[in-house]
Design a protein around this ligand. Structure first.
Ligand code: SIN
Length: 281
């Protein structure tokens, strides 16, 4: 286990992905050593979880700004005084949950976010967990010939793909920015190299990827369909059960996530911030 220079403790929750962090109160200004240890834990475990945090929107922004520059989500307005914070909301009368499909955040942008930080505000009595999947392992566990083919391919990712576009419909209806999903499309390597760890990760997802560049959707579908199944194998995943004051911080460059929609009739509200990322290579 890595030795930390601050007082934080890092406890992995599976053999593949995810760690719980304790010994830190993010309402306070953290030392540079603590920030460095949290960043290292994120790089090592791809998603980290903090429990029992009591923070305001300003404190959430102050904490996340130690790791990068907060971005604005293109389709739904943020909080009135904090436009970088997007409410992730499902109401008791709704059946569709925002982002309710396996995905990495907003990969239809030319520079998709490096990370996302989600803070629990109101939770259902049970359910509403979030799953995460390790895309380094998804890549590394493929056969060498398939890795070689995928290494040379580019993916076309669209905000208009039905599976993800459908999940944002309620929030776009009541707080949309007016931007049309069709205008956001980006091409990224199917296998990206993480700019900090140097490791390769599979970078397609069922929510946004529509085809390989230079191929039709029909030609792309067999391999993409295989990859969508492969990349979420249980042995690459962890599952986080939210509690009051929980915060999840994940690396979109090497992890995907899936919010479980098993809490109809209850409200679930979280505050989300994404941090600007680089152009994938
Ligand atoms: C998201 O895709 O950002 C939402 C994740 C969640 O609601 O757990």
């Amino acid at each position: 286990m890595r030795t930390n220079s601050s007082t934080i403790e890092v406890r992995p929750i599976t053999g593949s992905i995810g760690a719980e962090i304790s010994g830190v109160n993010i309402a306070e200004e953290l030392s540079s050593a603590a920030i460095a240890d949290i960043r290292q834990a994120l790089l090592d475990h791809l998603v980290i979880f903090l429990r029992d945090q009591d923070i305001t929107p300003a404190q959430q922004l102050a904490f996340v700004s130690r790791f990068g520059e907060p971005d604005i989500y293109p389709f739904v307005k943020g909080l009135e005084d904090y436009p970088q914070i997007t409410p992730i909301l499902k109401l008791p009368e709704e059946t569709i949950n925002f982002g309710g499909v396996w995905h990495s955040d907003t990969v239809y942008q030319p520079t998709p976010p490096m990370a996302t930080i989600l803070y629990a505000k109101e939770l259902p009595p049970t359910g509403g967990d979030t799953l995460f999947a390790n895309q380094y392992q998804a890549y590394e566990s493929l056969s060498a010939p398939l890795r070689k083919i995928l290494d040379g391919l580019t993916a076309v990712n669209s905000a208009a793909k039905g599976s993800a576009a459908h999940t944002r419909s309620s929030r776009v209806a009541d707080a949309g920015t007016g931007l049309a999903a069709e205008v956001m499309e980006a091409e990224h390597p199917v296998i990206r190299t993480h700019p900090e760890t140097g490791r390769k990760a599979l970078f397609v997802n069922t929510g946004h990827t529509v085809r390989f560049k230079g191929m039709t959707e029909a030609e792309s579908a067999p391999i993409l369909g295989f990859l969508y199944q492969h990349q979420i194998k249980p042995e690459f995943c962890c599952r986080f059960a939210w509690g009051p004051g929980s915060l999840a911080f994940w690396d979109n460059r090497c992890a995907q996530h899936y919010p479980v929609n098993d809490y109809h009739g209850h409200t679930r509200l979280l505050h989300r911030v994404t941090l600007k990322g680089d152009k994938p290579y």
